[in-house]
Structure formats: structure tokens, C-alpha cells
Design a protein. Structure first.
Length: 375
């Protein structure tokens, strides 16, 4: 089977796709098919990263627990039990096909802090250069609530952005995205292609809620992950996890699952970091003139263009830039904290020293630290 030229792929498989039909069982046939598919892709020159859920679910089954734990401490303990078992299964399957693998456990701070983000990038690039398939999961054992990704859909999108992947495949328990929840709406229509962010955002409002009993994500998290990835220039596919061969079919040009078209990729790694991995701590509302300057010419944001400040943040934090009606158009690293910015918003740059009593930056957000999110 021949596929397209060598590319970098991130493949995420969820707990619902890994779980077998009964307590204590594991969908080994699905997992074996996934491993075989990934090894075939590797043999054709593609670089592959696997983001795998399942540590908590496997830990629950290993400990004969009837339901997913509710408290963070119990989740961490169960994840510690399950992660080793999960990697043992992967190692056995990949080793049968002579494919080396590596375990990579991440927390949100690994990608939110610039120095750790760069170090993570270098580690992934070195592993891929060695022909290794990194297997990524959230480091549930040590992550505290405020530093958690929340779900592996988000984690997979952030990893795809980090390494500048060409494709993100989210393997789940449905064949594609629908216009509404097909479980409750018989008129829900399948969607094969999403070409713009506005359509993607609209679908999030109609998507189903919480996922399966064992999983943490629903369809909303997959759409949010697609938004993160495609904003970073990564084409995203949501398809059935029980049929890993769909990955090959997509790469051959078939219309399988729901494909989300990638937006123009930020040409600098720092801007990908700002757009995808740096959590925003506040919002700045800008007037129409500032919005046009940012969208049309990629200009820096000046205090004169800010009309409202929301949230609490410090200098060098990330903030969202919004139009007067609340639409986010850009994201950037701010040069002023929220209190100082409230004092200088709407004012000219040459007035800032007199208002604040010190000489600050001429810009609220410099264009080098600003990423446009709306094409």
C-alpha cells in the first residue's frame, strides 16, 4: 500500500477505543491493528507520535474498581498502577514488529513554560530522528489540577503544534462529527469537511457532552482540540478508533471521518507556542481600527486601541484580543499588568510615562509576540 510523501503524524487514541467489552478486558485486536498501522507508516518514512489514553482505565480494571475515581489523589494512584501496564502492552506489540518506542509523560507546565517547551520540542525531534515512536500521556501521577491538560484530546493537539506536525488523527468511538448529537437527534447529519474556524466554533455548541464512563472527553473536547491544532497549521481528522486503517485511507486521499482544514501555520515556533500552549490569563477588547491593523497588517497593539480590560494578569502573561462584540481575533504576550493597562487604555503611547510614573514599553503587545487567529 502506497501513501503520500513522508510526513509527521500525531495519532491520539482514546480510552473508549482501547477498552474491551467487559470489566478487566482490553481491546487487544484494536490495539494490535493500530500498532501494525503505525509501524507500516514508519516503514514508509513517516514520523509518528502516539498519544494514548488508558492508564487510569487500565489501573481501575487492574484494581477491580467498578467506576472511575473521583478524587485527584485516587486518580493519581490508579494512573500509577495503570501506566506501567499500558506501556508493557505497547512494548510487547511494537517489539514484535521491531519498532522501538519511548514513553513521554507531560504536564501542562512542560508546554506552558517557554524553556521547558523548547526542551520538550528538542526531545521529540531527537526521538523522531532516531526512528522511535514516542508514546505520550499526561503525567497523571504528579499533575495537580491547575496544571492538567484536562483530556488527551487537548494534549494531542498541543503535541501536534509543538512538533509542527502535518496531521493530527483523533481516533474515537464515532465515525465522524455530526451536525448534532446523533444519540438524541435523528436528524443529525454527518460532516465530512470543516473548512473554517467559524464553522468549527459553531459545531462546538451543538456537540454532545461528557464522553464514556471510562473516558474524560466528549465531542466538544475533540472539536476544541481540532481548533488548537488547525490554528497551528495541523490538518486534523476525527474518525473511528476501532478502524486504525482509516489513517492510511486518509493519507491516500479518501474522504474518511471528519477532516478539518489547517489554517496558515505561524512561521515561527514561538508564535505556535503563544497560539496553542500558553494559557491566556485575561482578555483585551480593541476598537475597530486596532482590529483592522492587527488583522490586515499584523501591527502591534497600542494602548490607544484598547477599550476594555478583563481578567487579572501580569506583564509577560498571555491574553486574548477580542473585537467589541467578543470575538477572539488574536493572542499575545502583554507588556503591562491589568491594573496599569486599565490606567493607560485608550491613551497615546507618549502619555504612558506621565500616567504610570515610569517609562514602559511603547506597545501593549509587540507584533513579534502577537499571533493572529482569524484569517
Amino acid at each position: 500500500m502506497t501513501v503520500s510523501a513522508a510526513q509527521t503524524l500525531v495519532v491520539k487514541i482514546g480510552t473508549s477505543s482501547l477498552a474491551g467489552p467487559g470489566l478487566g478486558q482490553f481491546a487487544l485486536s484494536t490495539l494490535a491493528s493500530l500498532v501494525e498501522t503505525l509501524c507500516l507508516l514508519r516503514s514508509q518514512g513517516h514520523q509518528v507520535v502516539l498519544v494514548s489514553s488508558g492508564a487510569v482505565g487500565i489501573g481501575c480494571r487492574r484494581l477491580a474498581m467498578a467506576e472511575r475515581p473521583k478524587t485527584l489523589a485516587m486518580k493519581q494512584a490508579v494512573a500509577a498502577v495503570g501506566q506501567g501496564r499500558l506501556m508493557r502492552i505497547y512494548d510487547d506489540l511494537f517489539s514484535a514488529l521491531n519498532q522501538p518506542i519511548a514513553q513521554v509523560l507531560l504536564t501542562r507546565s512542560d508546554l506552558a513554560q517557554r524553556s521547558r517547551y523548547v526542551n520538550s520540542y528538542r526531545t521529540f525531534r531527537q526521538l523522531l530522528a532516531l526512528g522511535v515512536v514516542p508514546i505520550v500521556n499526561e503525567n497523571d501521577t504528579v499533575a495537580v489540577e491547575e496544571l492538567k491538560f484536562g483530556d488527551n484530546d487537548t494534549l494531542s493537539a498541543l503535541v501536534a503544534s509543538l512538533i509542527g506536525a502535518d496531521w493530527l488523527f483523533i481516533l474515537t468511538d464515532v465515525d465522524r462529527i455530526y451536525s448534532a448529537d446523533p444519540r438524541s437527534n435523528p436528524d443529525a447529519q454527518p460532516i465530512s469537511l470543516i473548512e473554517d474556524l467559524d464553522t468549527l466554533k459553531a459545531l462546538k455548541g451543538a456537540a454532545g457532552g461528557q464522553g464514556t464512563t471510562w473516558g474524560t472527553g466528549g465531542m466538544v473536547t475533540k472539536l476544541e482540540a481540532a481548533q488548537i491544532a488547525t490554528t497551528s497549521g495541523v490538518r486534523t481528522v476525527i474518525t473511528n478508533g476501532k478502524q486504525p486503517g482509516n489513517i492510511l485511507r486518509v493519507l491516500q486521499g479518501e474522504a474518511v471521518g471528519t477532516q478539518v482544514v489547517a489554517q496558515p501555520r505561524p512561521n515561527r515556533g514561538r508564535k505556535r507556542w503563544i497560539a496553542a500552549s500558553l494559557p491566556p490569563n485575561g482578555r483585551l477588547y480593541v476598537d475597530e481600527g486596532a482590529a483592522k491593523a492587527i488583522l490586515g497588517r499584523g501591527k502591534s497593539l497600542l494602548a490607544a486601541g484598547v477599550t476594555q480590560v478583563a481578567g487579572e494578569f501580569q506583564p509577560q502573561d498571555a491574553v486574548q484580543l477580542c473585537t467589541p462584540d467578543g470575538e477572539e481575533i488574536a493572542r499575545g504576550i502583554v507588556n503591562y499588568g491589568d491594573q496599569d493597562l486599565k490606567r493607560i487604555m485608550g491613551r497615546h503611547s507618549d502619555e504612558i510615562p506621565q500616567i504610570l510614573g515610569y517609562v514602559g514599553a511603547d506597545t501593549v503587545i509587540h507584533r513579534d509576540n502577537l499571533v493572529v487567529l482569524k484569517p
